[in-house]
Design a protein around this ligand. Structure first.
Ligand SMILES: Cc1cc2nc3c(=O)[nH]c(=O)nc-3n(C[C@H](O)[C@H](O)[C@H](O)COP(=O)(O)OP(=O)(O)OC[C@H]3O[C@@H](n4cnc5c(N)ncnc54)[C@H](O)[C@@H]3O)c2cc1C
Length: 340
């Protein structure tokens, strides 16, 4: 069997490695846009306080995957799925090629969610979603430090990633202002009491909190990108504005191929799309109840289950494991379990 996996995040790489064990006779190809190897996305939000991050974040080089018998097409972008021909078209170095499959697995993950009013201002803000994003932010930070200044950041969004990022930048010694539209932080995951404690921990680390502050967009004012609030531009001079407002599953490939998508790619409990030769898992897979399991623990469980299923070893349904997400905010532990 010829299995092609698009994506080299935890979903794609865990699946590829597991298929090598459960189905040794299968050919496994990982086709990915990435060039850095398989890295830990959770570690991105600790990418400022840790000096060793660039050595530690890559968990597996692509060469190591190739050595274990997985074919890797790196730096390639899948652009179309041709379902009747059972092939994926992709672009690599300006050339378009096709990769045939018997089973195709979409492990394409998610983009950062950028609210509509922010989109026209794209050059004025950054995001933290990939290792390339982290490296670019670290370069910007180094430029400011080389200028003998303390980097000054605006973080937009007080959800899990915005809080982790604010905490880590503050730990690295930077100035941070965290804007959040709602009256309390991480309101989707935390009970009121824990949100209050989280706010206190962040403030104690030097983060300035602007709760109840709905950012309207961004403007260039006196040569600087500024945060636009309800009453006009914030006068602070930020070296960088980072939008952290959630995630948006990458559904385009599936939609263009005529597969059913909603917020994510629609899959059944066997992780199959409506085309039985095409599966989806990870941040991009949406189940019948509307759930998307965008955390590493359930994604790993999906990948292990799917490897067995492809080898015709498992039962017919993936069952979500019990898991408890946690924010990696320095010095913060919640009293109550997280909701998700
Ligand atoms: C800053 C940050 C911190 C996080 N912290 C935690 C945490 O502490 N705990 C936790 O459980 N979760 C955390 N998460 C969430 C977790 O990282 C994700 O749920 C998980 O990484 C998703 O894995 P994935 O393999 O589905 O997708 P991804 O990791 O997004 O991988 C998708 C892959 O698909 C490739 N790709 C996409 N489109 C194409 C295409 N057209 N052609 C070729 N390749 C393509 C991409 O290049 C990438 O390799 C965090 C996320 C972020 C961004």
């Amino acid at each position: 069997m010829n299995i092609v996996i698009i994506g080299s995040g935890i979903a794609g790489v865990t699946l590829a490695e597991e298929v090598r064990k459960t189905c040794p006779s299968a050919t496994v190809t990982v086709l990915t846009h990435e060039t850095h190897g398989y890295y830990s996305r959770p570690l991105l939000s600790h990418g400022f306080s840790r000096a060793d991050i660039e050595e530690k974040i890559v968990l597996r080089s692509f060469d190591a995957l190739v050595d274990s018998g997985i074919a890797v097409i790196a730096g390639a972008e899948a652009v179309a799925i041709e379902r009747t021909l059972r092939q994926v078209r992709y672009q690599l170095d300006g050339t378009e090629s096709a990769q045939a499959y018997d089973r195709l697995v979409l492990a394409v993950g998610s983009d950062p969610l950028v609210p509509g009013p922010f989109r026209p201002h794209r050059p004025l803000f950054r995001v933290l979603n990939s290792l390339d994003d982290l490296l670019a932010l670290r370069r910007l930070r180094t430029t400011v430090l080389d200028d003998a200044r303390t980097p000054n950041w605006a973080i937009i969004g007080g959800g899990l990633i915005g809080c982790e990022l604010s905490s880590d930048l503050a730990k690295a010694g930077d100035r941070v202002t965290l804007f959040h539209a709602l009256p309390r932080l991480m309101e989707r995951q935390l009970e009121d009491e824990d949100s209050v404690r989280l706010a206190a921990v962040l403030q104690a680390s030097g983060v300035e909190l602007r709760l109840h502050t709905a950012v309207q967009g961004f403007v260039v004012d006196r040569g600087r990108a500024r945060v636009l609030g309800a009453t006009g531009p914030d006068p602070a001079d930020y070296d960088g504005i980072i939008v952290a407002c959630g995630f948006s599953p990458r559904t385009n490939l599936a939609r263009d191929a005529g597969l059913r998508v909603n917020r994510g790619i629609c899959v059944g409990s066997d992780l199959a799309t409506e085309d039985p030769a095409i599966y989806a898992l990870g941040d991009v897979a949406e189940f019948d109840d509307g759930r998307i399991y965008a955390y590493v623990m359930p994604i790993r469980s999906q990948a292990l289950w799917l490897a067995k299923h492809l080898a015709e070893l498992g039962d017919g349904h993936w069952t979500p494991p019990t898991f408890h997400p946690k924010a990696k905010v320095h010095g913060f532990t919640s009293i109550h379990p997280y909701r998700w």
